[in-house]
Design a binder for this molecule. Structure first.
Ligand code: NAP
Length: 269
């Protein structure tokens, strides 16, 4: 049985544990936290979850995921280095800590995975980058586990930011956009509750995804929905007048922030 170990039970750590608990019943799960109460709470949700120290988790697990803040990543790699089993693979979820710096410390194959909250519902792209020492078999082992609850996609490190924006950050950006659009409409609603509008928006977002995955291009969906001179068209003109520049600024902000965080972490990712 493959054993997946998660160190750090914050947003992403808990997400991965929940995703694996729901969608990967044959995979063993362990978590290490500085706060025993956090693991105890997760164990009430996930009865098969084992609590462990980082060292014990490193000894017992095939995949060891460092789900801690960037500045805690290298100290943690040093801490578990002497305890990792001979077949272990270390997974980094950071776009700013250099994979080589982790590999220097752990001396086992390192793979980067950028996962998302969508994995709890068995959806979303998990981006994979092969790090130092990781050959095709190691990448395949990681892909095999993440395939239970995501669409794993092997990418070149040079496109990690672009892929993380489209495959990961966009989840939050879409959610924020949906929230703002619903709020603007809720302010004009006479009888509809905000909760009803939220449910309608969720169905609309799911419909856009289903149409796109059925082969309808983004512009085809726009063209088939917005009659020239009509109300949707009027709204789209507002979007087109400002959003392309906003989108460029958003992408620039992600690149600039990643560069600044990587500098603080001690090198390019
Ligand atoms: N959130 C996402 O969707 C997402 C997606 C892709 C990548 N990431 C990356 O995943 C990493 C963690 O992000 P997150 O959003 O999960 O952060 P988070 O919610 O702050 O969780 C980080 C966890 O790490 C542990 N921790 C905190 N400080 C620590 C320290 N000094 N030493 C050791 N452990 C410490 C804590 O868990 P315990 O209390 O259990 O010890 C904390 O809850 C970051 O590199 C982030 O860029 C996040």
């Amino acid at each position: 049985m493959t054993r997946l170990g998660i160190i750090g039970t914050g947003r992403l750590g808990a997400t991965l544990l929940r995703a694996a608990a729901i969608h990967a019943p044959a995979i063993g799960l362990a978590a290490a936290s500085r706060d025993p109460a956090r693991v105890a709470a997760l164990q009430r949700e996930i009865p098969r979850l084992a609590a462990a120290s980082p060292e014990d988790l490193a000894r017992a697990c095939d995949l060891v995921v460092l789900c801690v803040p960037n500045d805690a990543c290298l100290p943690l790699a040093e801490r578990i280095a002497g305890h990792l089993g001979p077949g272990a693979i270390v997974i980094s979820v950071s776009n700013t800590v250099p994979l080589a710096a982790i590999a220097e410390r752990v001396r086992v194959p390192v793979v980067k995975v950028i996962p998302t909250l969508a994995h709890v519902v068995g959806r979303g792209v998990a981006l994979l980058v092969a790090g130092p020492g990781a050959g095709p078999a190691h990448v395949e082992a990681v892909r095999g586990v993440f395939a239970h609850f995501s669409l794993p996609l092997l990418i070149d490190e040079r496109d990690a930011r672009v892929a993380s924006n489209v495959g990961g950050s966009a989840l939050a950006l879409f959610a924020a956009l949906c929230d703002m659009f619903v709020a603007a409409n809720a302010a004009r609603a006479q009888t509809l509750e905000r909760a009803t509008l939220d449910a309608m928006m969720a169905e609309t977002a799911a419909a856009v995804a289903a149409l796109a995955q059925a082969g309808h291009g983004w512009n085809d969906i726009v063209g088939a929905t917005a009659t020239p001179g009509g109300m949707t068209h009027a709204a789209l003109e507002i979007l087109a007048s400002g959003f392309p520049r906003i989108a460029e600024d958003m992408v620039e902000a992600t690149f600039a922030t990643q560069a600044a965080l990587a500098k603080r972490a001690g090198g390019a990712p």
